[in-house]
Design a protein around this ligand. Structure first.
Ligand SMILES: [Zn+2]
Length: 418
């Protein structure tokens, strides 16, 4: 038996070393950020490169990532210029996609400032941004060559930070950065307490808690101004309420400004705390989570918004918003919503035995089915379970399907070998 364990140990060690050497042969341990802008309206969009930014250490996957899910409106792809080998890719969302589905976008054009992050490539590479056009068709929005020896790269000025949680592991870790918004320099102590509170939720809530030994959590400290009042908050990263004319929707259109602050530490996921008692937040897949931290519902709000930002989950509630989940013959891109046109690509195999599809809400013997109502619509869009953190703030759990999707994301991002 001991021999088997020894063999297993050697195999695991070899896999870890293989993944690390795979990473080391393509990347240096730094973060590269590419900023770009998008000019768009409801029907068209044009992308333009802005700038490159570098910082020490990379807080994401330490291996080549050559496949991504398509849960977001966009995906980025970094590939080797000589061989076309895909080195790093991820899917993501931001306000641009939502804004394009509003009435406003039918009347006017708007410029959005965006960023993508990646480990620093050692060799000449190509960075491509793709935008979902219709169904599973993505259009190339931007194509930029990056040569580490010739590109103009700005070094990010780092800010003071505090380490809240540091993993003992050297492989398969994932890094989160918590940023302050509407805090004055005098409120550093409050921010540290708020950030510790969020780190605790992340470390104690399933399924994240099963991976807490692999988490690094950092908090970048407020750096003024000191004359800030709650009545007149001064923004550092352009977060504002009433985004897309929805009162509780607080978000920022300026991603580069957020990432400029985040790059003080290695990071893969960004959490922004808004220093207010008001209720609101937002979460964009693989871009950022934001939440008002002094509201009594802030814990359930965080776990809901983080479900969007970390795992690409969609809203399972019905109701009026100014943006829409596209109604078409193709499945919504969110893994926890279906219109039943291609249910086998969603959670069909996890449905309870004997559950009718669609599943009547009156069936008390069924847990996982396809219940009508979700994605802001009461008709034509279906969710996996009667209730979930992604449906109401009163649910103290993720439904089984959302739980599973979050767990899969955690496994992927903390793997030591792809
Ligand atoms: Zn759910």
């Amino acid at each position: 038996m001991k021999k088997i364990y020894t063999l297993l140990y050697i195999l695991l060690l070899t896999s870890a070393l293989y993944a690390q050497s795979d990473f080391n042969s393509w990347f240096v341990d730094k973060t590269l950020r590419m900023d770009y802008s998008v000019l768009c309206d409801a029907k068209s969009q044009e992308g333009a490169f802005s700038s490159f930014h570098e910082s020490d250490s990379w807080g994401g996957e330490k291996f080549v990532v050559d496949k991504c899910d398509y849960y977001g409106d966009y995906y980025m792809q970094l590939s080797d210029a000589l061989t076309d080998k895909i080195l790093y890719t991820y899917s993501y969302s931001n306000l641009t996609g939502e804004w394009q589905s509003t009435e406003m976008a039918t009347e006017t054009k708007k410029v959005f400032r965006e960023s993508v992050i990646m480990p620093m490539p050692k060799k000449k590479s190509v960075i491509k941004i793709y935008k979902q056009d219709s169904c599973d068709v993505y259009q190339l929005l931007l194509n930029k060559v990056f040569d580490p020896y010739e590109a103009k790269i700005n070094y990010v000025n780092t800010k003071q930070y505090k380490t809240i949680l540091q993993s003992n592991e050297t492989e398969g870790t994932i890094s989160f950065v918590i940023l302050p918004e509407w805090y004055s320099e005098n409120e550093t102590e409050k921010f540290e307490k708020d950030a510790a509170k969020v780190a605790k939720w992340l470390s104690e809530t399933e399924p994240y808690s099963n991976y807490k030994d692999k988490f690094n959590i950092y908090a970048v400290l407020p750096d003024g101004p000191t004359q800030l009042t709650r009545a007149l908050p001064q923004t550092k990263m352009n977060f504002k309420f009433n985004t897309l004319n929805i009162e509780r929707y607080i978000a920022s259109f300026n991603i580069p400004q957020i990432y400029n602050n985040a790059q003080s530490v290695p990071f893969r996921h960004v959490i922004v705390l808004i220093n207010t008692y008001d209720y609101g937040g937002s979460g964009f897949y693989n871009t950022y989570t934001c939440l008002c931290i002094d509201n009594e519902d802030c814990q359930s709000l965080f776990l809901h918004e983080f479900g969007h930002a970390f795992a690409g989950l969609g809203d399972e509630y019905e109701g009026n918003v100014t943006y829409k989940v596209k109604k078409s013959n193709c499945e919504p891109r969110y893994p926890n919503l279906t219109n039943l046109t291609n249910f086998s690509t969603k959670w069909e195999k996890d449905v309870d035995a004997g559950a009718p599809i669609p599943t009547p809400i009156t069936r008390t013997d069924i847990e996982i089915g396809a219940y009508e109502g979700g994605g802001y619509s009461s008709k034509g869009i279906y969710r996996p379970s009667k209730n979930c953190r992604m449906r109401t703030k009163d649910a103290s759990y993720y439904c089984k399907i959302c739980h599973k999707i979050i767990e899969e994301t955690l496994q992927k991002q903390t793997a030591t070998k792809k």
